[in-house]
Every structure is written in C-alpha cells, then in structure tokens.
Design a protein around this ligand. Structure first.
Ligand SMILES: C[S@@+](CC[C@H](N)C(=O)[O-])C[C@H]1O[C@@H](n2cnc3c(N)ncnc32)[C@H](O)[C@@H]1O
Length: 231
C-alpha cells in the first residue's frame, strides 16, 4: 500500500511494526513521533497510517544499530520507567521517549554539563525525559529517583560493567531489563574484542540472564550490544 511521505519523497512498501512502536522497512528504522512536526535528530519524518514516523539513524544510535543487526529481543515498551546512563545530548533518548510515550519516563544521567544543556529543550518539549547532571559511578547522587523497569547504559568507559551492576542493584526492579553496548576499545586497546566480551559477560552473568547479543559492526566498530534480565 502506498503511503504519503511528506518529507522524504521515498516510498516505503514493506513497512511493519517489528517491536512495539518501532517500525522497519529494509534498512530503515522508525519510531512514532511523540511530538508531531518536531525534526530534532531526524530529518526524515512523514505521515503513515494517520500518525507520524521519524527515522532512527543506526549510525548515531546503538540500539537502532542492534535492531538492524538482527536483535530478537528489545524489551523497551510504552509506559516503562527507564534509567539512561550517558544520555549525552539526548539523541537516542528522543527515540526511547517516542517508544515509552507520555505514560513513561526516562531519567537521563550525564556527567558533562555541556551535553546535558542540549537535553533541556528536549525535556521541555517531550515531557517524559528528566535530565540529571551526575556521575553514573555514584548512584547516591541521584538516589531520589524511583525504581525503574529498564536500564540502558552507553557511557563508553573501562568500568562500564561495574557501573551497570551498581545501578541495577540500586534501581532496577525485580525481573527488570538492562541493555548496554560493550565498547571493547574502552576496556582494553590490545586484547581481542571477543576475549573482552567473554570476560565482561562472565561478570554480568552473576547478576543478569543474557537474553540476546549482537555485534554492532559495521555501524560501530568493536561493540557488542547486550539485552539482559535481572536475576
Ligand atoms: C557515547 S556517548 C552517549 C551517546 C548517547 N547515548 C546517544 O546515543 O545519544 C557517552 C556519554 O557518556 C557520558 N559519560 C561518560 N562517563 C560518564 C559517567 N561516569 N556518568 C555519566 N555520564 C558519563 C559522556 O559524557 C558521553 O556524553
């Protein structure tokens, strides 16, 4: 069925919803825009079945890359409470915001005050992003937040595994989900990425069941994306 594409001029014929609120046509991924007309972090928006889709760039967002690399489990859903470690300027968070919708919330932790400043207009516009200037190594700095359904971590540091474990012990509800991209080169510049992934997974397995994993190459070199469930 031919759909009207206001901006792209491209026709998508195989569009289907592959996860709740995530749509795919070939190599193109989309979410349903929570703020119709807003083009922040996505130039390609268009009308589809009475709502608006915005394109999610896999070169700029690791979860999008993971989905296009064949991820089978993507637990993020409408209404979820999310703790996002390393929200940066909020690019990926805007797509998470589309998915969790108005009934969900994203607590976004970021250590750089320059980056967090960029998230403030997004937070105002979207109403479901709460940017927090803090160090993800120190959960006590934001201990006032409520327990969450999912933690996403994208801090690219050598201690990313202990950071995830510490935050999940403090804030992740029983049977809650966790997603992270292990960046091999942040952990060790010499060892083979596969060796690094194996060691990090060993540590994570004491706290999580590993539900799914995919390598992000060629979108992100030497990254492994993990989807986990708290045990
Ligand atoms: C790869 S970028 C995140 C990109 C972002 N997730 C996105 O997709 O839009 C990593 C971010 O983590 C932040 N970061 C690094 N260490 C941190 C820490 N200990 N606590 C909080 N944020 C940290 C960096 O300042 C940077 O903005």
């Amino acid at each position: 069925m031919r759909e009207e594409h206001l901006n792209s001029g491209v026709q998508y014929f195989q569009m289907r919803e592959i996860f709740p609120c995530v749509w795919q046509d070939g190599k193109h991924l989309f979410t349903k825009n929570l703020v119709p007309g807003d083009r922040t972090y996505s130039k390609n928006i268009f009308k589809f079945k009475g709502f608006e889709l915005r394109e999610w760039n896999p070169h700029r967002s690791k979860p999008a890359a993971a989905i296009l690399k064949g991820l089978k489990q993507f637990p993020l859903q409408k209404g979820m409470k999310v703790l996002y470690l390393g929200i940066a300027s909020g690019q990926t968070a805007t797509f998470f915001s589309d998915i969790v919708g108005k009934s969900g919330i994203i607590y976004g932790i970021e250590i750089s005050d320059r980056s967090i400043r960029d998230t403030l207009p997004l937070a105002e516009k979207r109403g479901n992003i709460a940017p927090i200037l803090a160090d993800a190594r120190k959960p006590e700095e934001y201990e006032w937040i409520e327990d969450v359904d999912l933690i996403f971590e994208d801090v690219a540091s050598d201690d990313q595994t202990p950071i995830m474990i510490r935050n999940s012990e403090r804030f992740l509800r029983k049977n809650g989900f966790a997603m992270m991209a292990i960046k091999a080169r942040s952990i060790d510049v010499v060892k083979s990425p596969d060796e690094i992934y194996r060691k990090e997974i060993e540590k994570l397995k004491k706290h999580f069941e590993i539900l799914d994993k995919v390598k992000l190459d060629p979108y992100e070199k030497d990254h492994l994306f993990l989807v986990m469930k708290k045990i």
